[in-house]
Design a protein around this ligand. Structure first.
Ligand SMILES: [Cu+2]
Length: 352
């Protein structure tokens, strides 16, 4: 019985080690910061950890010392220090000092990270992105560039990117662990902040960071992922103009795709736009914009980006994201229809 318990403990630690070995990946870990904001947040984490560990060590040393030095050796009662002024002062002042060391950089960083004056200036050149969160997907609007995309956020590296965050249904939270956040997206106010994506470290992360919803929002909360393509300013500009060039729905490239487009125009276009311009009021945008769906790195933020998974998703989105807003809102699709739709959607590309 005892041996069994020991084995259980060992396997528990083994599993824990396995799980934790997933941490520390450059594209998803707050412990591998990849930008100015993440650096500041990481430094604050380190500072507080050092202070806490320091306190634990000092207390432990004193504890062990006292334990051995003041063991009862005879019946003599040692000098009583209750109410000692100097001791009381020492153990009040030291924590105050430690808290100050923690508080000053934390408050300074808080103000720095919330500084969005640049974005609110008239005629400012700052890049602004309006993020809207929905159950369970993300919508990114570039108001100055007049384009919209979903699920894959595209940003330039080495410059401040400013965000307006808003939710269209319930509270969510916008978080790119390796780069910064998290900040709530609310329904009744707009939260603002900025992030900076470091060129070199974005490269190390394959130029694709992992983003998450960090506020429990419903049954598919844990699946509410997005991706962040962090690319150089040149490439970003190229992407923006490629998007802007799509003025009307792209033509299907093959016969099969044309069939798919027909089905799409009957059953899907009521929810999904295939042009990047935002002509609708916020509240009318009920589904991801698919203009550049063929360029995405994931389907619905979570599935591998290929035809097989796309067909699986269209067949039954409910198995992949319980409670999503697409399930049951269109007629059941036959295998032929699925093939045609997959061909059409995968062909929606703005760049090679
Ligand atoms: Cu959410």
């Amino acid at each position: 019985m005892k041996r069994l318990a020991k084995w259980r403990l060992i396997s528990l630690f083994a599993i824990l080690a396995l799980v934790l070995s997933g941490c520390g990946q450059p594209y998803l870990s707050a412990l591998r910061p990849a930008g100015e904001v993440a650096d500041i947040q990481y430094d604050l984490m380190k500072l507080s950890t050092y202070i806490m560990v320091g306190v634990i060590i000092v207390v432990l040393i004193i504890f062990v010392l006292v334990f051995f030095r003041f063991r009862r050796k005879d019946d003599k009662i040692p000098k009583q220090v209750e109410g000692s002024h100097s001791l009381e002062i020492i153990w009040t002042v030291i924590p105050i000092l430690l808290l100050l060391i923690l508080a000053v950089p934390t408050v300074a960083a808080t103000f720095k990270l919330a500084d969005v004056k640049e974005m609110d200036k008239k005629n400012s050149n700052a890049l602004v992105i309006n993020v809207r969160s929905h159950l369970y997907w993300w919508d990114f609007e570039y108001p100055k560039q007049k384009i919209v995309t979903s699920q894959d956020l595209v940003v330039p590296t080495n410059e401040k990117v400013y965000f307006n965050l808003k939710s269209m249904d319930v509270k969510h939270s916008f978080w790119i662990p390796a780069v910064g956040g998290k900040l709530d997206t609310n329904t009744d106010n707009v939260n603002k902040f900025w992030l900076k994506f470091d060129d070199k470290r974005a490269n190390e992360a394959g130029n694709l960071f992992y983003g998450k919803c960090a506020e429990l929002c419903g049954p598919s909360h844990a699946l509410m992922d997005f991706k962040v393509k962090a690319i150089s300013r040149d490439k970003f500009d190229a992407w923006v103009s490629a998007m802007q060039n799509v003025k009307k729905p792209q033509k299907a490239q093959t016969d099969l795709a044309a069939q798919g487009q027909d089905i799409f125009n009957k059953s899907c276009i009521g929810c999904h736009a295939v042009t990047p311009e935002n002509k609708m009021p916020d509240t009318a945008r009920v589904a991801p914009n698919l203009t550049n769906f063929g360029d995405r790195s994931r389907i619905a933020g979570i599935l591998d980006h290929n035809k097989k998974e796309l067909k699986n998703w269209l067949k039954n989105p409910e198995t992949y994201k319980p409670g999503n807003e697409m399930s049951g809102k269109y007629e059941k699709l036959t295998e032929d229809q699925l093939n045609a739709l997959a061909e059409y959607l995968m062909g929606l590309k703005v760049q090679d």
